[in-house]
Design a protein around this ligand. Structure first.
Ligand code: APR
Length: 226
């Protein structure tokens, strides 16, 4: 049974990393047009680097939680599971997951906007940092901003088409193209399951609700027991 899993900020919430749209979410504290768009970066690169430097530091201080470890166990036990995440933290990897498709990029990577080179992001990035390859001062966090094309979409589309079960974990289903995956799965007759703190409102065949650190390990153990 081929499984595609999509995670969102809710899977890292119990590791202390904020979500975006919950009551005290990041988008209630920051104007996303200023810190998560190419236009915002062009207007004020220092503000944007400061925003991601703070999130990188929080992510580095955070620890994977039981949901991250359970998903890593599932990936280690089966070769027919594809893990796609909207998250830019590296908690899935630090829990032992490999091959995670970061469709919105990664806080832990830097990207040169001039030549496309990527390298491990330093703790604090500044606008004047030069690219190690082309020396241009065009470096940015390797994070996909609103209005930009998410990464790995071909691979994700192929995995979705081939899967027998689509599981959405810890996401509000507000941002496309990720928010469209469940409808694509349903349209092709794939079974769909939502594991979330509360119903996102999207249509799933089945939903299990509660904190990810409880409901994700429970679901994984059920799958591993077969
Ligand atoms: N356990 C499970 N689910 C949780 C928990 C928890 N402990 N805490 C919160 N959630 C759920 C919320 O109910 C909500 O449905 O996680 C979801 C978080 O939703 P958002 O804050 O919208 O985060 P996400 O869906 O990942 O956002 C998608 O939007 O801003 C962009 O690029 C950003 O990747 C992000 C994308």
């Amino acid at each position: 049974m081929k499984i595609v899993i999509l995670t969102g900020a809710g899977v890292s919430a119990e590791s202390g990393l904020g979500t975006f749209r919950d009551t005290d979410g990041l988008w209630t504290q920051y104007d996303l047009s200023e810190v998560a768009t190419p236009e915002g970066f062009a207007r004020n690169p220092t503000l944007v680097h400061d925003f991601y430097n703070a999130r990188r530091s929080n992510a580095r201080d955070a620890k994977p939680n039981a949901a991250h470890y359970a998903l890593a166990r599932l990936l280690q036990a089966r070769d027919d599971v594809t893990l796609v995440t909207q998250n830019v933290d590296d908690l899935h990897e630090r829990a032992g997951a490999t091959g995670v498709l970061h469709m919105h990029g990664s806080l832990m990577q830097a990207l040169c906007a001039a030549c496309g080179t990527r390298w491990p992001a330093p703790d604090a990035m500044q606008p004047e940092h030069a690219c190690p390859a082309c020396a241009q001062p065009e470096t940015r966090p390797d994070v996909v901003w609103f209005g930009e094309i998410p990464y790995h979409m071909d691979e994700i589309g192929a995995a979705l088409e081939a899967c027998d079960l689509f599981v959405s974990i810890g996401t509000s289903g507000e941002v496309y193209p990720a928010a469209g995956f469940v409808a694509q799965a349903r349209a092709q007759g794939t079974r769909t399951l939502e594991l979330n703190l509360e119903p996102s409102g999207a249509l799933f065949d089945e939903g299990r609700y509660g904190p990810a650190t409880r409901i994700v390990p429970e679901w994984v153990e059920g799958i591993l027991k077969g």
